[in-house]
Write a protein that binds this ligand. Sequence first.
Ligand code: PHE
Length: 342
Amino acid sequence: MDSQIAKILREADQIILSAKSREDLERVYIKFFGKNSDLNKLTKKILTLPKEQKPKAGQQINLVKRELEKLFEEAKTRLSSQLSALSSPIDPTAPGKRIQLGHLHLVSQAIEEIVEIFSKLGFLLQSYPEIDWDWYTFESLNMPKNHPARDEWETFFIKASPDPKYGSQVLTPHTSNGQVREMQRVKKPPIRMINIARCYRRQIDVSHTPMFHQFEGLLIDKNVSIPDLKGTFNFFTQNFFGPDRVTRLRPHHFRFTEPSFEVDITCDVCDGRGCRMCKSGWLELGGAGMVHPKVLKSGGIDAQIYSGFAFGWGIERTIAMKTNTDDIRLLYQNDIRFLEQF
Ligand code: PHE
């Protein structure tokens, strides 16, 4: 009996492991466990054995059965994992899925473009603090303490004890704080600066957000005049908005420029004829003017020798005008349906 058992196990190892399909395996199973199998014959033979040999023989048969079952289980698992690999849902011939690429936010795109355009005219990008002293923000720009003109800048003040010379600290409400800082840095003109920074004001509606960006231009040299300023604006608007757009200067008042202007650009929707969006055919771009002699003096520059112009425009407003967006708050709502369009 021992030799027969050894034979069954030897055969089983090879035959079971070589089964190539489930059907194969079923056939092999019948061969080992079926009516005519050696195992079945051996089981029957137990009945004919003397009584004292029966328990041992029974144990041996059970051991063999367990061993065989184990081999079948292994073979079954191996076959089913091979099968699922064959019927895998991956189709290597199907066209690939394009991964969606993101892009820079509209504001960042505009900043890059603005810097690029002004660099062609020799304006260099500078950065100045976004939390600055009252002195750089107002006082050095010919806006003394308690002057009513300051109201227009709806400023956030920092809670800290003021400096005896520079006063309180503020969240910069415009980029003009960079003007005197740039004069102090360069000391001797020529100056061609572009300063782009975040600005903060207590305001929110369709055309205002409490945090926004401005870009400030400052040019100081000998014999600078208003046509230089106008030429610079036309160069910018034609490069940024398109060759057909033109600008106009409207008299205005700022304490730090004299004369001062508001710069308008022809409306894109109606081509300057007048429509619902612009009313008069013109859209307001921002403020500008010839640098006030008192501001040059704050920066240590001799107003008898040098003159210059400055301008400060909102980036969000500029984007809205280029894309015909009627609510600049959309820029900060992170709605992908809006941002994806650009
Ligand atoms: N700083 C002004 C503002 O925020 C704009 C300006 C800048 C006007 C430079 C004239 C010169 O409205």
